[in-house]
Design a protein around this ligand. Structure first.
Ligand SMILES: NC(=O)c1ccc[n+]([C@@H]2O[C@H](COP(=O)([O-])OP(=O)(O)OC[C@H]3O[C@@H](n4cnc5c(N)ncnc54)[C@H](OP(=O)(O)O)[C@@H]3O)[C@@H](O)[C@H]2O)c1
Length: 281
């Protein structure tokens, strides 16, 4: 059933394509996922970037189309991805305003930018899907959160979900959760990399070479995440499972607790959300 709805939406789009404003890292990751999994035809994907070198490079890499102006993009596309930095939204929406109509579906990937900001700046009642993806989309293991305005058609929402699902998982949230979720799935790869770096640096100091340590750390992260997904297991029960009484793990955990590790994570995630709120103003 879902399959046929998606197929119908794709079929109806055959006349018009998917457009990307911004050919940066995230647009590239999403497009590679869509093209690599053949979720949408590459020749119907169009990209526009203020920096034509970037749109041309993406065209070459992914076999998509690049266009020289927003006007051209709107002519060719009925779904437009807003993939520029939040700081560039006001200029992009002002440039788009003369070309938009209420039938265009907008898909934003920007931190902090609300759906109401987009429709207000565009001066239209366009349907808008607000998403928060993450960089592991690049390896097909992304985690994307999304919400939509009430006027997004079910089949269009299914289609956009399928585009992100091509390179990972999709979770639907309320818009009021979309700033906080950045700290959970989107900025969080950076915390994981920081933790990995700290572990690797310590391993090197203790005489294990960096490459060997990194492989052990990556496998440990993957395995630990898999354990967290097992029914009935929780972070607390898994910590207990690792921590032998009188053993090594408890000594390591003592250091984390003494330095208020959980408090530090909470403070960092709240700082992330606060910045999203500032960017949205
Ligand atoms: N990176 C992440 O992990 C991540 C995760 C989730 C969501 N996001 C969101 O994704 C969006 C894009 O992030 P990104 O990391 O892909 O940024 P990026 O690599 O800087 O890509 C943005 C692209 O937009 C171009 N651009 C700037 N102004 C433009 C304009 N007026 N018209 C057309 N193109 C314009 C930029 O060109 P110049 O470089 O010349 O300015 C750049 O090529 C942001 O809103 C961010 O909040 C990022």
């Amino acid at each position: 059933m879902v399959y046929s709805i998606i197929y119908k939406a794709v079929f109806e789009l055959e006349e018009k394509g998917l457009g990307f404003i911004g050919a940066g890292n995230m647009a590239g990751a999403i497009i590679n996922g869509i093209v690599g999994t053949k979720t949408f035809p590459a020749q119907k994907i169009y990209v526009y970037d203020i920096n034509t070198e970037k749109s041309e490079a993406l065209k070459k890499k992914a076999g998509i189309q690049s266009v020289p102006s927003l006007d051209e993009l709107v002519k060719n596309c009925s779904i437009l991805f807003l993939a520029v930095k939040p700081q560039n939204f006001s200029e992009v929406l002002a440039d788009l305003k003369p070309f938009v109509n209420d039938r265009i579906l907008f898909v934003s990937i920007a931190a902090g930018i609300s759906t109401s900001y987009i429709t207000r700046e565009l001066g239209c009642n366009c349907p808008v899907i607000r998403t928060m993806p993450n960089t592991p989309l690049l390896v097909g293991k992304g985690a994307t959160a999304m919400c939509k305005t009430a006027n997004v058609a079910d089949e269009d929402f299914q289609l956009v979900q399928s585009l992100f699902a091509a390179c990972g998982t999709v979770t639907v949230l309320d818009e009021k959760q979309m700033n906080a979720v950045i700290s959970v799935n989107s900025s969080s790869p950076a915390y994981v990399y920081l933790f990995a770096k700290a572990m690797m640096d310590s391993a090197v100091k203790q005489g294990i070479d960096a490459a060997t340590a990194l492989e052990l750390i990556c496998q440990t992260f993957e395995g630990s995440a898999e354990m967290l997904r097992q029914p009935g297991l929780t972070p607390e029960s898994l910590i207990k499972m690792v921590s032998s009484p009188g053993g090594t793990t408890l000594k390591a955990l003592d250091v984390f607790y003494a330095h208020h590790f959980e408090g530090i994570v909470d403070e960092a995630m709240k700082a992330c959300t606060k910045r999203a709120e500032e960017l949205g103003k």
